[in-house]
Design a protein around this ligand. Sequence first.
Ligand code: G3H
Ligand code: 13P
Ligand code: ZN
Length: 332
Amino acid sequence: MYSYKSLGLVNTKDMFQKAVKGGYAIPAYNFNNMEQLQAIIQACVETKSPVILQVSAGARKYANQTMLRFMAQGAVEYAKELGYEIPITLHLDHGDSFEICKDCIDSGFSSVMIDGSHHSYEENVKLTKQVVDYAHSQNDYVTVEGELGVLAGIEDDVVAEESHYTQPEEVEDFVKKTGVDSLAISIGTSHGANKFTPDQCTRNEEGILIPPPLRFDILQDIEKILPGFPIVLHGSSSVPAEYVNTINKYGGQMKDAVGIPEEQLRKASKSAVCKINIDSDGRLAMTAAIREVMAKKPEEFDPRKYLGPGRDSLKKLYAHKNENVLGSAGRA
Ligand code: G3H
Ligand code: 13P
Ligand code: ZN
């Protein structure tokens, strides 16, 4: 058993309270390797932003659970070494069973998500409450994120063809019965780099796909029902055209990629949305930079020569998100 406090981590309680009051959102960035983690920490220290480090089930398989814990502890020390202490949470992304949540809590995570959104409402309540009871009974309170409503897109083990928006009338009952600390809702965001099919979008004069707007009306209804309760948005990458174009220019094949426009995320950040999940944009930034080096310098075979530029591009992206999209810069 490891206590997250002994690793220098914090839960999301205080972070979320400040974010809701301050009208900004905490960035939740996924990581699987050292370069991604370095980029997150460099950007968040430089912009003085709190941060949630997210680990998916796929990341645990890829990198190993023990490695990830030590990496998160290393991230805390690295931030100090860079000269500015920021609040850092280690969070399980899309836990799909009690067992995975318990495993993570026991091994030093300060926050977990139990994603019961693919179950019936009653099953979701039961599973979520089981995780909450365990997490909240630890000596150091572990925070829990639940989910109501289904996002379209592909996650590691879960595939949803269609999204189902969160029903505001269920939210109060769910929060009361489960005791979750925050709630992920479905208002039109979706996972991955192809969030909408071309026929769900319109096109501007240049032929660029314009996605349907987020359902701010649902968000507002939820805020009325539970004022100030921390809301989470998954699937919030914007899929910047510059990365997709670079990837395709240097041999990639990404077709009809489309994300959530940054202005809409900026607007959401000013509401009760206090955590915004971004993974795909990081993948795109890193892949674009690596493809460019590979194409322009075919003689290179030292991984530092392409992972380094990949890391720099990621850092730039995260700093931009903190400063211009989530508004978390200067809040640590
Ligand atoms: O929501 C899913 C995250 O982007 C994690 O993706 O399961 O492929 O690690 P992954
Ligand atoms: P994106 O695929 O839009 O980056 O969403 C990531 C996410 O929701 C992780 O839980
Ligand atoms: Zn997600």
